[in-house]
Design a protein around this ligand. Sequence first.
Ligand code: ZN
Length: 70
Amino acid sequence: MQCLRCQGLLIAVQMRDMGQPLVAGWRCLLCGAMTDPGIEANRAGHDPPIRNRARVPGSPVMRLGKGGMR
Ligand SMILES: [Zn+2]
């Protein structure tokens, strides 16, 4: 099985979510990406994330209008 992000080698791992029993999952040896059957199911049911809409927490808000870009 290959990593979806970097095509690296995935190894089987046991993961534990909060309050959940152990779940068999996968971890990439190269980039450390974790995945499990639940994540895969979510990924299949949604559009991929739109990265350029992401906001960095704590970053200043862009102010447009008076006194803006000159
Ligand atoms: Zn990877």
